[in-house]
Each structure stands twice: as structure tokens, then as C-alpha cells.
Design a protein around this ligand. Structure first.
Ligand code: C5P
Length: 298
């Protein structure tokens, strides 16, 4: 017997970052949108303890030890319910690794939901969300999906209304970026400056609620983008190529280095994707739309 859960990637349409807190984290106003690029996490009972395997083009970069969020999720749920986490977790990875699209978080949320179903623990939703928040700031959103505002370090979620489907193109870079390194670069660039409290933009939330791609394009904003560009200057070429190809706007997704391009419709997304593939400024290109549902048992 086994259970498979499908979990989407995310793009941040707004990532407002406050000053570093005493605990090293940053307060955020983080507007998440779940998009239709998915990892699938399958759990199967295993007599030789907790084991993680992974397949997919980027599988070699995925840690298979206890640092993998999927392994930590299985351990956390087992610990709460006094069980041993005897499962084989297999990840079919389609979300870019270290790409700023919450691929690791998706696997954490997926393994948690899958183990909950496999073991019949039926943990209340609030408890699953609590475990997600312990695993990482983006993990609760991977569980709920859709569109949401994350405050605190991004883990406290308020569901948002999205009045339509937004069409995106994602350009994957030739290497990854470490999220802590990007936040450290944000701190370095911010030195000596006053950092305002992070707040969600009213205009952006309205654009999202109306499903208005032009208005959303005019209001998207990622405060981590200058830090990501500072560590990975070639991303500027990818952003220029996507904008020149007709995207409404382009931005770095989360801590990067994946770049995200908002387009007016599905046809335009295909055209932008083709131009980006031909541009030689990225490793690969994918088209995906959102919002989509969060982690779902198949
Ligand atoms: O929460 P998560 O484990 O995903 O965070 C990874 C790293 O990103 C943290 O160790 C921290 O360096 C940085 N981070 C932050 N502020 C946040 C979220 C993450 O500084 N709100």
C-alpha cells in the first residue's frame, strides 16, 4: 500500500522584506501564488526505516539524508503520534531545485500529508500547518496552495481571493542560489539604510482579486531581487530577454534564481517561452498557470 501526494510550486508576486530580526529571520509580507508545476511524493511502508529517493532531471542535487524536508516531515509527524517513521519516501521532482519556487517545501508538505494518510493519523489541519511552519517558512503555503498572504517569517497565512488564472513563463538558471545567502546579501545591501515594515500592496491585492494581469504586472515586486541579481548578475539578461519577448513583466521568483514572466494569456506565454528558449540566457523554460490547489492526495 502506498499514498501519493501532488504538490505545486509557488511564485511570489510580492515579497516585501523587513529588517533582520534578532532570530536572524526577516519579517515578510509575502504574496504567494501556487502554479501548476508539481512534485509528486509517494510514501510506502518500509521495514528498514526512513529512506528517501528522488527521480527527475535535477535529482542529483536533492539531498537524500535527514536534511531533506520530506524526511523531516515524516519524522515530525511520527514523533507527535509516537510512531517510528518507517517509510520509503519517493519524490518525482519537476520543480526546479534551489530555484526560489519552494520545491523543497513542496516535498515537506507532500510527505507530511502522505504520511498522515498512510498512517491514518488524520491530524487536524491546524496541527499539519503547525508542523509545516516548524519545517520552514514556505511549507505551510505548499500545503494550502491557491493564493495567500504570508506574514511573520512567511508562515502565518491568510487566504486571498484570485479572480482569474494568471499565465506565467519560468526560466530556470544554470545553477541554484541558497536562500540564506540571498537574505545575507539583502542585509549587506541594506546596511545603513532604514528598512520599512513589510506591508502587502493594496493595488496588488486588488489586481489579484480582479484577475487583472496588466494591473498585477504593474504592481509585482520582489525586495530580494537586487540581492539575487547581485549574487547572480546574468539573471538581468534573462529578465531583459523575457520582457523583450512580450512578457507584461519579469521578476526573480522568491530568492531566485528562477525568473518568472507574467503574460496576458496562454498563447502569449507560449511565445515568450519560445523566445526565452532561443535566447540562450537560461537552462530551460516552462509554462505554468495559477492559482492551483495545494498539496492533494491522488
Ligand atoms: O524558513 P526556511 O528554513 O525556509 O528559511 C531558510 C533561510 O532563509 C533561513 O535560515 C533564513 O536565513 C532565511 N529566511 C529569512 N527570513 C524569512 C525566511 C527565511 O531570513 N522570513
Amino acid at each position: 500500500m502506498s499514498v501519493t501526494v501532488r504538490v505545486p510550486a509557488k511564485v511570489n508576486v510580492q515579497l516585501a522584506v523587513g529588517a533582520a530580526r534578532p532570530d536572524g529571520f526577516h519579517d515578510l509580507a509575502n504574496v504567494f501564488l501556487a502554479v501548476g508545476l508539481y512534485d509528486e511524493v509517494t510514501v510506502t511502508p518500509s521495514s528498514d526505516g526512513l529512506r528517501v529517493t528522488c527521480e527527475g532531471p535535477d535529482a542529483a542535487q536533492v539531498p537524500l539524508d535527514r536534511t531533506n524536508l520530506a524526511a523531516r516531515a515524516a519524522e515530525a509527524l511520527a514523533a507527535r503520534y509516537g510512531r517510528t517513521p518507517g517509510v520509503h519516501v519517493h519524490i518525482v521532482k519537476d520543480i526546479p531545485v534551489a530555484g526560489g519556487m519552494a520545491g523543497g517545501s513542496a516535498d515537506g508538505a507532500g510527505a507530511l500529508l502522505a504520511c498522515d494518510a498512510l498512517w491514518g493519523t488524520n491530524a487536524p489541519r491546524g496541527e499539519l500547518l503547525e508542523i509545516c511552519a516548524e519545517l520552514g517558512s514556505d511549507v505551510p503555503f505548499s500545503l494550502v496552495g491557491g493564493a495567500a498572504l504570508g506574514t511573520g517569517r512567511g508562515e502565518r497565512l491568510t487566504a486571498l481571493e484570485a479572480g482569474g488564472t494568471f499565465h506565467w513563463v519560468f526560466a530556470m538558471a544554470g545553477r541554484g542560489l541558497s536562500t540564506p545567502a540571498v537574505f545575507r546579501e539583502f542585509d549587506r545591501l541594506a546596511e545603513g539604510r532604514d528598512i520599512p515594515e513589510p506591508v502587502a500592496s493594496r493595488d496588488l491585492l486588488d489586481a489579484l482579486a480582479k484577475g487583472d494581469a496588466d494591473a498585477l504586472a504593474a504592481t509585482v515586486r520582489n525586495d530580494l531581487q537586487p540581492a539575487a541579481l547581485s549574487l547572480f548578475p546574468e539573471l538581468a539578461d534573462t529578465l531583459s530577454a523575457g520582457r523583450a519577448a512580450g512578457a507584461l513583466t519579469g521578476l526573480v521568483s522568491g530568492s531566485g534564481p528562477t525568473t518568472a514572466f507574467l503574460t496576458r494569456d496562454a498563447g502569449s506565454a507560449e511565445k515568450v517561452a519560445e523566445a526565452l528558449r532561443a535566447s540562450g540566457t537560461c537552462r530551460s523554460v516552462r509554462v505554468a498557470s495559477g492559482p492551483v490547489a495545494g498539496a492533494t492526495v491522488l
